[in-house]
Design a protein around this ligand. Structure first.
Ligand code: UT7
Length: 333
């Protein structure tokens, strides 16, 4: 008897821009220091996309191209492309459409999903439904953000955290029990107060005043977000383990959103997962928003084995948060 159809990740590829913004460079830009940034966040450096008219699609498209090449997939085989992003190239058309054109995906349908830092997780679950229902066989999901486009580099409370980057995963139908197993997603709209970008939307379109007031930059009240993130990520990660009878030792890898190393450590401790089984790249890329989780998968791909239990966990603006349990579907090649 064949198993139900599940959505499995069958390839991952990332792209990071060349320019490296180190803590030392930030020391010359704002009143901060390497010691503070390292100890409060775990970040040493982040990547920045430079160049006129370069947008998020310029991060996403090379990730997609690399993924197609690496997985030996012809563009015609792709049924759908979704881009998780908070920093679309433009309000419309969707960055997925622009990315599809740049990556040679022809007429592949595509759309964007914005769930801030939980964007990749929410999108992964959305894409999985197209596969589980039998609608599509091969879906590309890209987590991509050019955070530098909405950061005020004179605001030391945000400019030290964020970076630019993207990674794409290929999702395919699996009937052998691998892929997405279970997921919990949560949102709380009262989080808007603590993490948002005020202007440029329909509520407050761009004017000279909004620009003068710096309202096109990320606003974050760090401490309440920190507290909600620690609680939120632990709650959903614990709940997904409990309802699937998973103990800390059953988890091969925790794949956490990379916002702050202290949040990651607290989540891992709560789950009973030791440091060696926690994916971490925040020291090199900072917080790339939708890019963090797939970039982790890309960085650690060679260490992943078929059947490994992974818990993906994220927290971000909205507030949005969630955890997904998946069984990794392939061995390193
Ligand atoms: O991914 C989306 C979700 N976002 C998050 O999960 C982020 C959650 N929040 C955080 O990660 C942390 O709150 C931050 C990293 C943003 C800030 O760390 P913190 O430990 O919460 O610092 P704080 O805001 O409470 O500030 C502590 C002190 C303050 O000085 P005083 O008032 O104690 O004299 C700040 O002015 O540190 C000061 N400070 C800095 N000092 C040097 C704030 N930013 C900096 C800085 N360099 N960059």
């Amino acid at each position: 008897m064949s198993q139900k159809i599940q959505a499995a990740i069958t390839g991952v590829h990332g792209y990071l821009p060349d320019f490296v913004l180190t803590n030392q460079l930030l020391e010359q830009m704002v009143d901060t220091n390497d010691e503070w940034i390292r100890s409060r966040t775990g970040i040493l450096e982040r990547r920045i996309l430079k160049g006129k008219d370069k947008g998020t699609s310029d991060l996403a498209a090379p990730a997609v191209k690399g993924l197609l090449e690496k997985t030996n997939t012809h563009p015609d085989e792709i049924d759908l492309i979704v881009v998780a992003t908070t920093t679309p190239d433009m309000k419309f058309p969707a960055t997925a459409n622009i990315t599809a054109r740049k990556a040679g995906l022809g007429l592949t349908p595509g759309f964007d999903i914005n769930a801030a830092c939980s964007g990749f997780l929410f999108s992964l679950n959305t894409c999985a439904k197209f596969i589980e229902s039998g609608t599509y066989k091969k879906v590309i999901l890209v987590g991509a953000d050019k955070m530098s486009s909405i950061i005020d580099y004179s605001d030391r409370s945000t400019c030290i955290i964020f970076g630019d980057g993207a990674a794409a995963v290929l999702l395919e139908a699996n009937e052998e029990g691998y892929g997405l197993q279970d997921s919990i997603m949560k949102s709380d709209g009262s989080g808007e107060e603590f993490l948002h970008l005020k202007a440029g939307g329909s509520r407050k379109p761009a004017t000279h005043e909004t620009i003068d007031a710096g309202e096109h930059y990320v606003f974050q009240d760090g401490q309440p977000v920190f507290k909600a993130a620690v609680k939120g990520m632990a709650d959903v990660s614990g709940a997904i383990m409990k309802r699937n009878n998973l103990e800390g030792d059953d988890i091969a890898w925790l794949v956490p959103h990379q916002a702050n190393k202290r949040i990651i450590d607290a989540t891992a401790r709560f789950m009973g997962v030791d440091d060696q089984r926690v994916m971490l790249n925040i020291e090199r890329y900072g917080n790339t928003t939708s890019g963090t989780i797939p970039l982790c998968l890309w960085d650690y791909e060679k260490q992943l084995k078929k059947g490994d239990n992974l818990i993906l966990a994220a927290f971000g603006g909205g507030f949005t948060w969630g955890a997904t349990w998946l069984k990794w579907a392939y061995d390193p090649s």
